[in-house]
Design a protein around this ligand. Sequence first.
Ligand SMILES: CN1c2c(nc(N)[nH]c2=O)NC[C@@H]1CNc1ccc(C(=O)N[C@@H](CCC(=O)N[C@@H](CCC(=O)N[C@@H](CCC(=O)O)C(=O)O)C(=O)O)C(=O)O)cc1
Ligand code: HCS
Ligand code: ZN
Length: 767
Amino acid sequence: MKTTILGYPRIGNKRELKKACEQYWSEKTDLESLQKTASEIKRKNWLQQQEIGIDLIPSNDFSFYDQVLDMCFSLGCIPERFKSIDQNDTSKLYLAMARGLQENGIDVTAMEMTKWFDTNYHYIVPEFEKNQSFSFFSRKVIDEYQEALNLGIKTKPVLIAPVTFLLLGKEKETGFNRMDLLKNLLPVYFEFIEELVQLGVEYIQFDEPCLALDLNDNERQAITSTYQQIAQKFPSLKIYLANYFDCYGENLETALNLPVDTLHLDLVRCSLQLDDILNSEHYNPKTKLALGIVDGRNIWKNDFEASLKTIVKASEKIPSENLWIAPSCSLLHVPYDLEHEQNIDPNIKQWLAFAKQKLEEVIALKNLASNENESFLYLFEENKLANINKQQSKLIHNEAAKNRILNLKASDSLRNSTFPERQQKQKQALNLPLYPTTTIGSFPQTKEVRSWRLKHKKGLLPTPDYDKLIANEIKASIRFQERIGLDVLVHGEFERNDMVEYFGENLNGFAFSDFGWVQSYGSRCVKPPILFGDVSRKNAITVKWSAYAQSLTNLPVKGMLTGPVTILQWSFVRNDQPRATTCNQIALAIRDEVADLEKNGLKIIQIDEPAIREGLPLKKSEWNKYLNWAVNAFKISASVAKDDTQIHTHMCYSEFNDIISSIADMDADVITIETSRSEMELLDAFVNFKYPNEIGPGVYDIHSPRVPSLEEIEHLIHKAKRVLPKEHIWVNPDCGLKTRDWPETKSALENLVSVAKKLRKEETVPA
Ligand SMILES: CN1c2c(nc(N)[nH]c2=O)NC[C@@H]1CNc1ccc(C(=O)N[C@@H](CCC(=O)N[C@@H](CCC(=O)N[C@@H](CCC(=O)O)C(=O)O)C(=O)O)C(=O)O)cc1
Ligand SMILES: N[C@@H](CCS)C(=O)O
Ligand SMILES: [Zn+2]
């Protein structure tokens, strides 16, 4: 039995890469210094895995920004608009693809970003044209293999497999299917493989997570043909086929018939597939199985007793030299090292395992399963104790929270009246103009604001002083919004470290790490709270700052809440009860907050649900079940509102077409969505469905410091006007402005308001 992993976190133990990238991007350091940081991170990662005893260590799992972007770059899949950049200036080109570029007359937008399967990690979407060509453009995969080899480590290079690479991308013109590009693409993969094999590579890991999706016959056939060709051309190469995040499902037969050395199984997400495989007539006993048994998506300690039963079951049918023990997926999605944490309650800390501890678990499982090393027996006992302790812990269980769920009634998810009736009442209560303008909630989280929070956290800034600084920011933002003429104001979210962590901090059932950072996109990281127990509200969470903001102005201020599905989705959640139950507990806490905001004079309340789409199961057959409970949880949180309280929701990074009827079922009075980057393409779903409630399609791409011109904004609103009733249209940015700086935010919002005013005027003046 051997051990391996699919990938390791790459931001550095203390987010060194984030800091180095941001310094380089702002021209405070040079490329050499950034590369030095990167090499150091890779070196430490490899040596740590080696020291802990991982047999087969991956390379090319590092990235300066994103692994899919790296693949585009390696394969020379560079969209036409970047050809104006010197193709030899590879670092500038790479950065432009990731973040866009505006300099010396060059003005190119970044490539699109979207969610990596059902995670909160965002990848850069490959763009394909009909006659797309590919070339051996970057040597990163080779160089990283060499880099590890120089340390004496013979790694398993990781490549995003050809078919998954194509499926992750988008056709940028009509008249072709991206799968047709496989024949152009494969020769470049062969070049990489050839060079790696020449260098003595034994294993290559082909990441093929599209095998967890519903594939059609053509796609399955493409996968078969790909591996047949690779195996034929490189008979000595051992192919490690990595599927993760769900079962092979309908693709299992295809997978079992592939000429690969090893088939990786995510046994955390799909524990039953081991039996399916062991009993399948298609399983070739010579194919090695990698038992992905340590959870790569969550931070709970493994259950050794249960895992060992699985390993034993496998080893009864398969010789142990044909088995790998591994985490379920790349460890990219969990933080580095629990040992850094000094402030987690020790009772809870003993239940946790971060990336480094997961490596140790993989090794312990191998040793326990092979009975070779008795010194590991104490780890078994320790693990068993920790898990028993967790099951029985008083910290987890709260009878009142459990009872509230049991007492939920169908009417708790329903507003008092239908949308048209509410709309009338809200019109009277709010008296908003046509094309009301608003923002999505956050204003720039400047270095200064973050530094106050850090000082406050460290005890260097007393709470009254911190509160005063936050109050001043809120006041300045209210005055700014009044001055430029926005109609519905926000307080700006200055007091929040993150839209999920902040809520977790005010709810029972959550714990927090100090260094538990996980990459979200590029240099941006999140520190997901740890949802370990029954959830209930400790106290009112947002009322103080929202009510304060409302007290400063006669214009309506929107109370700003994060919705239950998003809090669930962006936390490390308990694995001892169904997600739906946990979600309902959060929903009830948010419901209490809605009621309190209303009582305190907030007439508009936004409940953000940007993660509702990302929570969709990967297999369509499971969508309805999820959507039913997810939509219902949102409705539980919103339905306490009176008819004349206007409930908004907000979604971003989402395709809406296939879930539009569920979005309509949420019955928010207003939904604001991200649409500007797709030139309103994402609005089609709402139009085709005849979405009945009000909509704010984003007209300002907040991902870029670029200030949208008056013409661009007007063009986008006109597009919306052509397809939506004008009484239903709101004018707003795509998403919150926390990652922006003030100068561009001010100019962009001034433009946005002035276009809305112009259009309003045109509507009232008869032609
Ligand atoms: C809207 N999005 C969000 C997602 N997920 C979330 N959990 N939250 C989101 O808002 N997913 C989808 C999208 C896009 N994703 C992101 C993810 C992350 C950011 C972002 O801006 N992250 C910040 C960190 C935010 C944070 O928690 N800040 C804390 C801690 C600040 C900090 O780093 N302090 C430093 C010192 C700071 C200083 O002195 O300058 C330290 O502790 O060392 C806070 O504000 O208190 C990031 O920088 O990565 C955006 C979108
Ligand atoms: N209210 C949040 C939503 C982000 S998705 C914000 O404005 O940052
Ligand atoms: Zn958003």
